[in-house]
Design a protein around this ligand. Structure first.
Ligand code: SAH
Length: 399
């Protein structure tokens, strides 16, 4: 067993059970990609077992802080079974759910989503890459399923010195699936969609948006960064519940294939295509155009991609967030409602709140913060890994 020794003082974050060891924290020791290493403090005290990653800035990620724990197939079987069991305690309302959420589930770099009977996994760290076959077997055993598709094409793999890999890892099946979320059917492609195919983390927000639409009787809805139209379907469901048949849901995305899926999802739920408009366009430019045209909306969703992957990008990202929020607040009818999000790890909840407040004051608009939102509960954040809180949202009611 190889050992890595940390520099003096660098043991503190591990003593709080944070799972990352940065390159700069290591005094000596090395290993192969994904190899298990014993981690010691500067004085030689045992700290834990980790997976080594020779090219990554995050040079090692912890598997365990228990000296008696062996990192072997039973370890992974137990971790996967624990995560799967935990999901049964969450309120989910869908047959699509996140089974494993990386560090928060004790498996750094592993994402596993379940869509009905199909599992989709992303292996994004050297450690889980090395244990891939063992983890695949553990996933099938814990779920009783037979099909597992791999989507290890996230750009973060390159930081770990890993090549992209996609395709069936266990079993074979369809890659175009339909998931049930709340009362809705949502088609997705696990082969071509973003990430593993769908943004499961916004499940609770989509439900909330449907409820607001029904309760407040929204008729003119704008869904920005709509992807496959989850919030658009939610709006149409809310309109149907409220008996609104002359509503109009405008959805914008810059991806043609996402918009095609969004259109298909409207049809799949039996909604009226005449109540929808899909724009293949840039959101910022579209918002400016709507302002020039003097258009207004009862409700707007802003769910942009990650503008700030890390804190280093926060400043530029903050300006981009502020800009779209300012435009959206101006486009809202008085009494209208903005559902606004950031999924950037580099933007804290606090900072996001400040950005939206700044956007309001630039727009000359005041509003009530009616709700604070986060990711759905199957994307948990843990006490020891606050970085798990990436998605934050606000529901702002314009005065
Ligand atoms: N709200 C969606 C998820 C949004 S993901 C859901 O509930 O499923 C972000 C989306 O923004 C992606 O579909 C991406 O294609 C789109 N996008 C990224 N940059 C864009 C831009 N400048 N203008 C329009 N769409 C953009």
């Amino acid at each position: 067993m190889k050992t890595i020794r940390l520099r003096a003082g660098k043991e503190r974050s591990l003593q709080r059970r944070h799972p990352w060891i940065f390159e700069s924290a290591i005094a000596k020791g090395s290993a192969d990609s994904g190899e298990t290493v014993r981690v010691e403090a500067a004085d030689g005290a045992f700290l834990g077992w980790a997976a080594f990653s020779p090219t990554s800035k995050i040079r090692a990620r912890m598997w365990s802080f228990d000296e008696s724990q062996r990192i072997d197939a039973p370890f992974f079987a137990a971790a996967v079974a624990d995560s799967t069991r935990a999901r049964a305690r969450f309120d989910i309302n869908s047959d699509g759910l996140r089974l494993i959420h990386g560090e928060s589930d004790g498996l750094p770099g592993l994402i596993v989503d379940r869509y009905g009977d199909t599992l989709v996994a992303q292996f994004t760290s050297a450690g889980v890459e090395r244990w891939k076959a063992v983890i695949a077997d553990a996933l099938l055993a814990a779920t009783g399923l037979t099909r597992l598709y791999e989507r290890s094409d996230a750009s973060s793999r390159a930081l770990e010195g890993l090549q992209p890999v996609t395709g069936w890892l266990r079993g074979l099946g369809e890659v175009d699936l339909v998931l049930r979320e709340h009362q809705w059917k949502l088609g997705l492609s696990i082969a071509d969609g973003h990430k593993t195919g769908f943004y499961l983390d916004q499940r609770d927000s989509r439900k909330k948006f449907a409820d607001y639409t029904a309760r407040l009787g929204f008729k003119r809805v704008l869904n920005c960064f709509c992807y496959t139209g989850g919030f658009s379907v939610a709006a149409l469901a809310g309109m149907r519940a409220a008996g609104v048949s002359d509503g109009q849901v405008t959805s914008i995305d810059s991806s043609g294939s996402a918009l095609a899926q969004a259109r298909a999802n409207v049809a799949l739920n039996g909604f009226d295509a005449d109540m929808t408009t899909f724009l293949d366009a840039d959101v910022n430019a579209s918002l400016r155009m709507f302002l020039e045209q003097g258009r207004h909306f009862d409700a707007i969703v802003l769910d942009p991609p990650k503008f700030a992957p890390t804190v280093a990008h926060a400043e530029r990202a903050a300006r981009a967030y502020k800009d779209i929020n300012r435009l959206a607040l101006k486009l809202l009818e008085p009494g209208g409602v903005l559902f606004t999000y950031s999924c950037s790890g580099g933007i804290s909840t606090d900072l996001f709140h400040k950005i939206v407040a700044g956007a309001g004051s630039d727009a000359g608009v005041d509003g009530f913060i009616a709700e604070r939102m986060g990711g759905a509960p199957d994307h948990p954040m843990t006490i020891t890994f606050p970085e798990g809180e990436y998605l934050k949202g606000l529901v702002v009611m314009r005065k």
